[in-house]
Ligand binder design. Structure first.
Ligand code: ATP
Length: 249
């Protein structure tokens, strides 16, 4: 698909009036309330908001990990709102990467085996050189045979990012990728994400509670009670913290 339609850059991900409700009757919760947003290709967006404001729900709906109650989700030009599970799985394997706060590495596998996993799952040929090159690019060229428990938290998250990078996904979804890390390791992870956006033109959508992490992104969007309430472009960490504090007040 063309990257441009007229002068409008087609977003990598588009949400149109997306609503997501959970539970039944009195217990019904509207986690997302008519959210419309586009994430431009080759940009990094941080999603912030008070606890329970709908950040993870937004990420999961945008990635096709969760179904919407109303509205539409278009991911890389594919309307995934009513896509079958197998179509979603195929799209995820070919075009999407995930990084989570809890790393989600397989403990029995070495770093190189963890990184090779998405390639194996998609049936691609696994080149050991390529896997080692990706691990070297995240600074773990000397840790390829280590298992997760033999690595620090920051190193484990870098393995998780290498695993998300190895298929060169057009879109990377990250849920609190620095949440479990000390500030130095967090900076390393943010630097890697910046490289994916600037060098490889990948699109990153990241949920975070940390204003410093959010300020590393190109744009920060704010949710409150399931609604999109604000957006800041290239803000400082102080500006992000102030806006968040006003929402939490
Ligand atoms: N599977 C579910 N079943 C019922 N309610 C849910 C479910 N998932 C989320 N919710 C509710 O939807 C709302 C939004 O949740 P969500 O996890 O998206 O918020 P969040 O902004 O990511 O929160 P946090 O910052 O605390 O992780 C909350 O009220 C939550 O209780």
């Amino acid at each position: 698909m063309s990257a441009e339609a007229g002068t409008r850059v087609v977003p990598a991900i588009e949400l149109w009036e997306v609503t997501r409700e959970y539970g039944e009757r009195q217990a019904r919760v509207r986690a997302l309330d008519r959210v419309s947003i586009g994430f431009p290709p080759g940009t990094w967006t941080a999603v912030m908001g008070p606890s329970g404001s709908g950040k993870s729900t937004l990420l999961h709906c945008a990635a096709g990990l969760d179904r919407v109650t109303g509205g539409r989700v278009v991911l890389l030009g594919n309307d995934i709102t009513l896509a079958t599970d197998s179509a979603l799985t195929a799209l995820r394997r070919s075009a999407i990467g995930f990084v989570f706060q809890s790393f989600n590495l397989l403990g029995a596998l070495t770093a190189e085996q963890n990184v090779a996993l998405p390639l194996r799952l998609s049936g691609a040929r696994v080149s050991r050189e390529e896997v080692h090159a990706v691990l070297a690019s995240v600074g773990l060229g000397d840790r390829v045979r280590h298992r997760p428990r033999e690595l620090s938290g920051g190193q484990q998250q870098r393995v998780a990012i290498a695993r998300a990078m190895v298929t060169r996904p057009a879109v990377l979804f990250a849920d609190e990728p620095t949440g479990a890390l000390d500030s130095k390791s967090a900076r390393g992870v943010l630097h890697l994400l910046r490289g994916m956006v600037d060098r490889a033109h990948q699109t990153v959508v990241m949920v975070t509670h940390d204003p410093v992490a959010a300020a590393a992104a190109d744009a920060v969007v704010f949710l409150s009670d399931g609604r999109l309430v604000d957006q800041l472009l290239r803000p400082t960490a102080r500006e992000v913290a102030d806006r968040l504090a006003s929402l939490e007040a």
